[in-house]
Design a protein around this ligand. Sequence first.
Ligand SMILES: [Zn+2]
Length: 95
Amino acid sequence: MFAIVRNWKTPANRLLAAASRGRPQGLMRGSWIADLAALGKAITLCGQCMPRWDARKNGYEQRNVTPNHRLAVGECDGCAATHVTCAMYLPKEKR
Ligand SMILES: [Zn+2]
């Protein structure tokens, strides 16, 4: 299985992206990831942050970004590094 990549560049989604400012300054990184996990949102983590977060314990699993790509270049939710190779985690599907 792989994640469905939607067209995020619709006007409505661009407004949503502008409204969402990401992790607030001063909030600890672990708290930010816990907030994302509580809301069931996608979490991207770089290679250094990956071992520090137990995805299975939080009901998450690593998913392919596209059918043939396991990693993507993006912003890490753990250390806020930009343009790093990240793995994507999504809530585990209930089967
Ligand atoms: Zn990181």
